[in-house]
Design a protein around this ligand. Sequence first.
Ligand code: ZN
Length: 82
Amino acid sequence: MNRNRGEEKMKNAKLIHIVTYSLVIVGAVNWGLVGLLNFNLVNTLLGSWPTVEKLVYILVGASAVYDFATHMKYCKYCGEKK
Ligand SMILES: [Zn+2]
C-alpha cells in the first residue's frame, strides 16, 4: 500500500514536471519570437481573452520557479556529488 502511494507520488511529480517544463518552453519560445520577429504567439492566440493570456504568463513564471526549485533532483549534472 505504501509502495503504491509512492508510485502515485512519482507519477504526479512526473506529470507536474512535464506540464511545468512545457510551460517554461512555451514562455521561452514566445519570448524568443517577440525578440526576433516582434511576434507574441501567446498574445496572438489568446489576445481575445486577456484574463487567460495573463494566466498563461503567470503559469509560465510559476512553472519556471518550480522547475528551478526542483531542478537539482532530476538534473544529472547538478545532482552529481563530487
Ligand atoms: Zn542542472
